[in-house]
Design a protein around this ligand. Structure first.
Ligand SMILES: [Zn+2]
Length: 255
């Protein structure tokens, strides 16, 4: 029974991941999310069989059927990771024995949103504010419905925002963007716990440092292009959300 549920979660994740790819693109282009998908190179409308998550990419060998241009690796990767993380979050809920529709909606929206932020900031070095602002309201509302205190949520959100606002002031806006302040607020409000927020930030900077060192080793010299903070913050947020309790327990046992 559990395996069947997890298989469903994976399939739903593939479909939502496919929608997410389309949503990211249309958010950037400021287009309606209604209407058929099309190839970004030749703008040819895609048939349903060009649009099956993962399989179409494999079947078409990563090229558009109509113009033969390469399809971005973003498409299968986002589909796969959305499916994987949807499955892992449901597995964590089943293991803990707490699963309600509201909790599932909260978890999947959390994963959806932070994958979006990851990809968007990686591609265009900017946090999509038109998405972040309504998302803050939705995540806040969902957490209040799940029993969190509105005041505490607000305080944790402010702590997240303040963390980046201070850096923003200290570096005079060179180290990070204004969007990161809102992203800090969103992380606080969606994680809903102060310890998880701190863990997410530590993880983000830790992953950032490792990636920075790897890039330094690979490219042998200092990179001129600035790497956006968003993808690391999104990674930290997702890991803290899914495995925060395990990581904190493990850390406390070390002490
Ligand atoms: Zn094409």
């Amino acid at each position: 029974m559990e395996n069947l549920l997890l298989a469903y979660a994976f399939m739903i994740g593939l479909i939502i991941g496919s929608f997410l790819n389309c949503f990211i693109w249309r958010l950037y282009k400021n287009e309606s999310i209604l209407g058929r998908s099309y190839c970004p190179h030749c703008r040819h409308k895609l048939a349903w069989f060009d649009n099956i998550p993962l399989f179409s990419f494999l079947f078409l060998k990563g090229k558009c059927r109509y113009c033969q241009k390469n399809i971005s690796w973003q498409y299968p990767l986002v589909e796969f990771f959305t499916a994987l993380l949807f499955t892992l979050s449901l597995a964590a809920m089943l293991k803990a024995g707490i699963y309600t529709p509201l909790l599932l909606i909260h978890s999947w929206l959390f994963i959806f949103s932070f994958i979006l932020i990851f990809v968007y900031d990686l591609r265009w070095q900017v946090v999509p504010m038109v998405f972040i602002w309504p998302l803050i309201v939705i995540m806040f509302t969902l957490n209040v419905l799940l029993g969190f205190s509105p005041l505490i949520l607000l305080l944790i959100g402010l702590a997240g925002a303040l963390f980046f606002a201070l850096q923003f002031l200290l570096t005079q806006g060179k180290g990070l963007g204004e969007g990161d302040i809102w992203l800090g607020f969103l992380m606080g409000v969606s994680l809903g716990r102060f310890d998880l927020l701190i863990l997410a930030l530590i993880l983000a900077y830790f992953i950032g440092a490792i990636v920075g060192i790897l890039l330094l080793v690979i490219y042998k010299k200092k990179l001129k292009t600035k790497i956006a903070l968003g993808p690391f913050l999104a990674s930290g947020a997702i890991i803290a959300f899914l495995y925060g309790n395990n990581l904190l327990n493990w850390y406390l046992h070390l002490l």
